[in-house]
Design a protein around this ligand. Structure first.
Ligand code: NCD
Length: 305
């Protein structure tokens, strides 16, 4: 069974193929307009979402398929106490592919055991978010034309930010990559990513609390939201939430070809004044996410166009 639970399930070659498909979709969308005719995608969202769920749905519609699903746990039988395993076994009777978001780490992996159809992890707790990484990779590729030799600044909530975790894994496979991890002490990147991914591959990295010091070195600045829903107490969230706020002034020492990324939603981390800067790419990520999800659905459903 084809699933996408962790970005590392895709080889570098498979990522290249997905990017090639996405670029072909962008160049000739009509060619793909009926490629998933009579196929159904189910979006099972046990946690809030705007972009991920709607981009999956838009992706399936643009492939000529149909969508069903729910957008909140309290509108499904989860509210009655049904297990994830039973819910997806049921949905697998109705749909050809499932995209699932859940607050518990590992829930989409559990879903693969009973779904009977491909399952895509659309975000599991503070763990992983592989399809956001696909959006991020296409954005980097379209802006930079390469993945190797880039210095990537990751800023904000690196502890709970699942998009950061998947992006580190994906980028760790390219030559000459460096990471600059900018966060408050309490929100540093989980140690397993340092030991199992970054150190294991001998990738140069630094951890700092200073966005100002890091700025001139960066080719990519990936801002993130402090993940309020994963905090154990509100006081900690309130203390940390505005640790980093990107403004046009802070971008003055940055490279002229820096790209500023953010998985969105933003709360206060990027001032709206930055949106007018040509280096701001976060709304490009939104659109690229739809194309990469189209490419992924085609791959998982083994549709040849
Ligand atoms: C992210 C997520 O859900 O992890 N959003 C998204 O899918 N683009 C980031 C976030 O919620 O902060």
């Amino acid at each position: 069974m084809n699933n996408l639970i962790d970005i590392m399930q895709l080889s570098v070659e498979e990522i290249d193929e997905l990017i090639a498909t996405a670029l072909d979709i962008i160049a000739d969308p009509d060619k793909y307009a009926e490629s998933c005719k009579r196929k159904k995608l189910a979006t099972l969202f046990f946690e809030p979402s705007t972009r991920t769920r709607l981009s999956f749905e838009a992706a399936m519609y643009e492939l000529g398929g149909q969508v069903l699903g729910f957008s909140a746990a309290n509108s499904s039988s989860a509210a009655k106490g049904e297990s994830v395993a039973d819910t997806v076994r049921t949905v697998g009777c109705y749909a050809d592919v499932i995209a699932m978001r859940h607050p518990k780490e590992g829930a989409p992996l559990v879903a693969t055991r009973t779904a009977g159809v491909p399952v895509i992890n659309a975000g599991d707790g503070g763990h992983n978010h592989p399809t956001q990484t696909l959006a991020d990779l296409l954005t980097i590729y379209r802006k930079k034309g390469k993945f190797s030799g880039l210095t990537i600044g990751l800023c904000g909530d690196l502890k709970f930010g699942r998009t950061v975790h998947s992006l580190i894994c994906a980028m760790s496979r390219y030559e000459g990559v460096k990471f600059v991890m900018i966060s408050p002490e309490e929100l540093r990147v989980p140690r397993y990513l340092i030991t199992d991914v970054i150190d294991r591959k001998g990738i140069p990295y630094e951890e700092t609390t200073s966005l100002e010091e890091a700025m001139p070195k960066l080719d990519i600045l990936y801002m993130t939201r402090v993940q309020r829903e994963r905090f154990f107490n509100e006081a900690d969230y309130l203390r940390l939430k505005d640790s980093y706020v990107l403004t046009p002034e802070k971008l003055v020492p940055a490279k002229s070809d820096l790209i500023v990324m953010h998985p969105l939603p933003r709360v206060n981390e990027i001032s709206v004044a930055v949106d007018a800067d040509p280096r701001a790419c976060y709304f490009d990520q939104v659109l690229n996410g739809k194309y990469m999800r189209m490419a992924l659905i085609l791959k998982l459903l083994e549709v040849k166009v």
